[in-house]
Design a protein around this ligand. Structure first.
Ligand code: UD1
Length: 322
């Protein structure tokens, strides 16, 4: 079957593309290369260089390549930037979903896997976040993902689409050395960048009500996440429920200090992190319940935090970010 992967040249998208190819699927990528890299798209995959809001370009790509399903990842994803530029985030992320769904319905393509985020939950008051936990996003980024979910959910009812939304927790690691996260927006790349520049990595607050005082997150290996997309995509062919949502996490919390220890072990020297002020808007703890994905998709993570950190460090060394 042929899948169109939007954002397939990006950090997560490129992993999804390779996982789909490994599973015997065909892939076409749509990416405007605003943050994605051409070198991450395999030679046998057609890259359509277009903005995901360009409905005509999408419709052409869907028809030309006889696409039967879409994995939609293209979006802006920097939480702090979304606070500063909310309209740009709503325009790009929400308009992207709308034009994609319209192009799909025009072309008669009915299957979609949607890249959503734990950011839809905001700061949930529960140890393990379930899919039924109230969605109260704390950032425009999280808001755009929730609105995207609603638009797709409503399209399943109105136009007969079948959709699965995957709410990613904290994605990290590299499935291959050339696929590392070069964006440096998230904790592990930021720690590696600080180390590479001879600086001390920073802990954004050590006065939270957690065991060691630093924030706790549910880190998920990008290769496990990519596998979840393949399972979800293949599931759509036989899916009778038109709309479902799954957390993609491990159900295991790691603190910022624990991540720093893991990075120090991978590098071979302790990091001596510096504790600085809290970053505004950070919840103390957000950890998935991974039960629904296990029961509904038959998926669960197989890689741990050390796997994420060692693969990220190895990718960082072999393909240093420019
Ligand atoms: C947020 C979103 C997540 C989104 C991700 C994308 C929420 C709840 N989560 O994750 O859905 O996919 O952004 O960017 O909105 N930290 C440090 N020092 C650093 C960098 C980070 O201590 O140099 C800490 C942060 O305070 C946080 C943890 O590390 O506690 C992880 O931070 P980060 O990687 O930025 O991800 P989140 O903000 O958790």
């Amino acid at each position: 079957m042929t899948w169109l992967v939007t954002g397939g040249a990006g950090y997560i998208g490129a992993h999804v593309v390779r996982a789909l190819l490994d599973a015997g699927e065909q892939v076409v990528v749509v990416d405007d290369l605003s943050s994605g890299l051409r070198r991450k798209v395999p030679d046998q995959v057609v890259l359509v260089e277009a903005d995901v809001r360009d409905r005509d370009a999408l419709a052409r790509a869907l028809a030309t390549h006889r696409v039967e399903g879409v994995v939609h990842l293209a979006a802006k994803k920097a939480v702090a930037e979304s606070v500063a530029q909310p309209m740009q985030y709503y325009r790009e992320n929400v308009d992207g979903v709308l034009s994609l769904v319209e192009a799909m319905t025009d072309a008669g393509v009915s299957r979609i896997v949607f890249s959503s985020s734990a950011a839809v939950y905001g700061s949930p008051d529960t140890d393990f976040v379930r899919e039924e936990t109230p969605t109260i996003p704390m950032s425009p980024y999280g808001g755009t993902k929730l609105v995207g979910e609603w638009a797709i959910r409503d399209a399943t009812t109105a136009y007969g689409l079948t959709a699965i939304a995957l709410r990613y927790f904290n994605v990290a690691g590299a499935g291959a050395a050339d696929l590392g996260d070069t964006g440096a927006n998230n904790l592990i790349p930021m720690v590696l960048r600080a180390y590479s520049n001879g600086q001390r990595p920073q802990v954004f607050g050590a006065d939270y009500s957690t065991a060691d005082g630093s924030c706790i997150r549910d880190y998920i290996h990008v290769a496990d996440l990519a596998d979840a997309h393949v399972i979800a995509a293949q599931r759509l062919a036989s899916e009778t429920t038109p709309w479902s949502v799954y957390n993609i996490g491990r159900g295991v919390g790691s603190s910022v200090f624990e991540v720093m220890d893991s990075v120090g072990a991978a590098i071979g020297e302790p990091l001596n992190p510096e504790v600085v002020q809290r970053r505004a808007g950070d919840p103390a703890r957000i950890v998935a319940s991974a039960e629904a994905a296990r029961a509904g998709l038959g998926w669960s993570a197989t890689r741990d935090l050390d796997d994420m950190v060692t693969s990220a460090w190895s990718a960082w060394q072999q393909y240093p970010p420019s």
